[in-house]
Design a binder for this molecule. Structure first.
Ligand code: ATP
Ligand code: MG
Ligand code: FE
Length: 347
């Protein structure tokens, strides 16, 4: 069966087509540039851009797959979490398509999409794995079984900022603009990661083993820059970027590897927008190799938001024979990740 997936939870309008774990085609439009002058995503601007882009992106995705709408057997869509008005554009589009085509509709959890997309590149997931989901709005260590059927076990989550959010805020503090992740990654290449020792939060023995906190490191960078500026000194932007990135990569990968060990799991799945970070990837590789763990990381372009990841979840649900969502499925902007499918409330 061919599953059409739609993503619109933030500033990317994505459509993907997947059948039996194979990516047939996809297309993407981003409103990132429209948000740059605001220093972050503006929900109304994003929602409007989704509305403008949805049909062209749908057309392009079908074209790249050499498919027609009549070939679609099921529709999957991000129903949350995300920006409410943004999610609603994708959801309304998906409902209209499913209704017009008389095909089942699967509301899926955006973060399940970040994890499932790896299946399209590296094949089926092992029966158990630890997933480090690290993105603009989330930072979680999860224990995954069968993504289509089993409940997701949260080993730990961030207690304040997400790692991606910290990248974006730190970039602003050192004058690198928005979005911060990719710029910091690039600038950090010319810096010394050990120039400044920024804090690794929640790393003491008495701390929650798999909890994260990134607001402290963000503040530490801001204070360091402030002190240097007050003293009339230049800001060594590359060194600050590299040192900050090192602190984040260190804490993420150390906890992820420890979680695999404690739970007797042989595979770490590293996903979400921050999994695109070159230092996070390199350190994860190094530490997984040292611990004898298999590391799975999607290719760069599939780490950030896209339609293929949502189609990938839909494909898993369809193949597992899971019942589709109800007709009253609504956007759930803060949906907790308990499983891949969002049902709808039912009345
Ligand atoms: P969520 O998935 O939690 O709802 P989101 O969809 O906005 O949030 P993603 O698209 O998964 O987030 O990822 C975007 C985030 O990833 C941004 O915070 C961005 O700065 C960060 N990011 C992207 N590329 C990199 C990179 N190379 N290094 C570090 N961070 C990056
Ligand atoms: Mg984005
Ligand atoms: Fe995302």
């Amino acid at each position: 069966p061919v599953v059409l997936g739609i993503e619109s939870s933030c500033d990317e309008t994505g459509v993907g087509l997947v059948a039996e774990g194979v990516l047939l085609g996809d297309a993407l439009a981003s409103s990132m540039d429209a948000h740059a002058r605001f220093g972050g995503v503006v929900p109304e601007v994003a929602a409007r851009a989704h509305l403008e882009s949805m049909l062209p992106v749908l057309r392009e995705a079908l074209d790249t797959a050499s498919l027609d709408l009549a070939d679609v057997d099921a529709v999957a869509v991000t129903a949350g979490p995300g920006l409410s008005t943004a999610v609603q554009v994708g959801l309304a589009s998906a409902k209209a398509l499913a209704y017009a085509l008389d095909k089942p509709l699967y509301g899926v959890h955006h973060l399940a999409g970040h994890a499932a997309v790896d299946v399209l590149v590296h094949g089926p997931l092992p029966t158990r794995c630890v997933a480090l989901v690290v993105s603009g709005g989330h930072t979680s260590l999860l224990l995954l079984g069968d993504l289509a059927r089993d409940p997701v076990v949260h080993l730990g989550d961030t207690i304040d900022d997400a790692a991606g959010e910290a990248f974006d805020k730190v970039a602003r503090v050192i004058g690198l603009g928005y979005p911060g992740g990719p710029v910091i990654d690039r600038v950090a290449r010319d810096g010394d990661p050990h120039a400044i020792r920024f804090p690794r939060a929640l790393s003491r023995a008495q701390d929650p083993a798999y909890g994260f906190s990134f607001s402290g490191v963000k503040t530490a960078v801001a204070r360091w820059v402030e002190a240097r500026t007050d003293a009339g000194g230049e800001i060594p932007v590359a060194d600050v970027a590299a040192s900050f990135q090192e602190a984040v990569a260190d804490v993420l990968t150390r906890k992820a590897v420890a979680a695999c060990r404690e739970h007797g799991v042989g595979t770490l799945l590293l996903v979400g927008g921050v999994a695109a970070n070159s230092r996070v990837r390199a350190l994860a590789e190094e530490r997984c190799a040292a611990a004898g763990l298999e590391l799975r990381v999607p290719p760069l372009r599939l780490c950030t938001d896209n339609g293929a990841m949502i189609a990938a979840v839909g494909d898993l649900l369809v193949r597992a024979g899971v019942e589709p969502s109800r007709a009253d499925l609504a956007a759930d902007p803060s949906a907790p990740l308990t499983g891949a499918l969002l049902h709808g409330v039912g009345r």
